[in-house]
Design a binder for this molecule. Sequence first.
Ligand SMILES: [Zn+2]
Ligand SMILES: [Zn+2]
Length: 171
Amino acid sequence: MKINIKKARQMITPSEEFSIIGNNFSLDKKEFPDILNVEKLTINGLIENKGFFIKVTGVIDISLNSACSRCLKETNINLNIPFTEEYHDIQSKEDLSKESNEEFKYYIGNEIDLEPLITELLVLELPLNQLCNENCLGLCYKCGQNLNKKDCGCNREQIDIRLLELEKFLK
Ligand SMILES: [Zn+2]
Ligand SMILES: [Zn+2]
């Protein structure tokens, strides 16, 4: 997911539009264990040369499939994530001083790789609990039955250990 900034680097104005489509874009399994696949990813935006840095603004449109947090059913999620970032010119990765914080974004040469930004924004924007629907009943923790389909009849009363301790104490 790279954008070419060769032209923008040569002049302060005007700004340049870009549109990129991520074909076969996939996310890091470790970072996003519940995401099954990315169906569609496009980024539309503007590149502006601000002199000391290149400013990139735009919107990430992403459609992905995730496993429901309760019943594991495949669930579609669509997100529109607007962003504004400043990218600074460095010669090589060794140029990154140790004290520069992680917020610092850079490019080397004529390309900006937007992939780290996509990952960063998805971590923030993806719902923690992705549900197939709000009232999903999930799986029985005893036998694994999908409770949206039928009730298995297991006794799933939650036993609170702290309460049991308290009862013992009161007796
Ligand atoms: Zn579900
Ligand atoms: Zn059960």
